[in-house]
Design a protein around this ligand. Structure first.
Ligand code: SF4
Length: 188
């Protein structure tokens, strides 16, 4: 008989939105519809610190290093100063922190601020299109700005800590091949 592995009675990872804003309007995401229905705002700092303090105590009591992920449905770098300050608070609490971002606002000065803060986690970039047209249609953003940011990041942050994730929503035929060299495209 199949038995499930035992489950921890506590979470080992927190996915945290420090505010409720995003600069994109992805067709795959409920954000564009929810932003006109839900109350919007920045999480109160006292509440933020309480969540991190509680999670840090939990991880110390149970002898594991908890992981925090910024963000779920908010783009952390809509408010880069708040993101970096809160990220430093997480690091001071001896938790690990990783970032999920669309990178459109991850400007070189933000990358430098992250490095100065001693952030050394993973940066997972959501990029739901490869060609400029598809990227614009799916995310409502200009890919050239995002690519400039990704170029700077990849030259100034450990490459093994950068990931790209895509959801191929209504991609036209050949979209996934558009980044290949011409010799590879023939077999794609
Ligand atoms: S970047 Fe992420 S949070 Fe923002 S609209 Fe797209 S999927 Fe949603």
């Amino acid at each position: 008989m199949h038995t499930s592995p035992p489950r921890n009675p506590y979470p080992k990872q927190l996915i945290l939105d420090i505010h409720s804003y995003c600069n994109a309007k992805c067709a795959i995401c409920p954000y564009p519809a929810l932003k006109t229905k839900n109350p919007m705002g920045i999480m109160d700092e006292i509440l933020f610190k309480k969540i991190i303090d509680d999670f840090s105590s939990l991880s110390k009591r149970n002898n594991f290093r908890g992981h925090v992920l910024f963000c779920n449905m908010g783009e952390p770098f809509c408010y880069p100063e708040i993101a970096v300050n809160r990220l430093q608070y997480v690091l001071r609490s001896e938790l690990q922190i990783n970032i999920q971002t669309n990178a459109a606002l991850l400007l070189p000065e933000v990358v430098e601020a992250l490095k100065e803060s001693k952030f050394n986690g993973t940066i997972l970039i959501s990029c739901h299109g490869i060609s400029p047209n598809t990227y614009k249609q799916v995310m409502g953003l200009d890919i050239s700005k995002t690519l400039r940011n990704i170029d700077y990041l990849s030259q100034n942050y450990p490459k093994e800590k950068i990931g790209i994730q895509s959801i191929p929503y209504h991609w036209p035929r050949g979209e996934a091949c558009s980044f290949l060299f011409s010799s590879e495209r023939d077999t794609c």
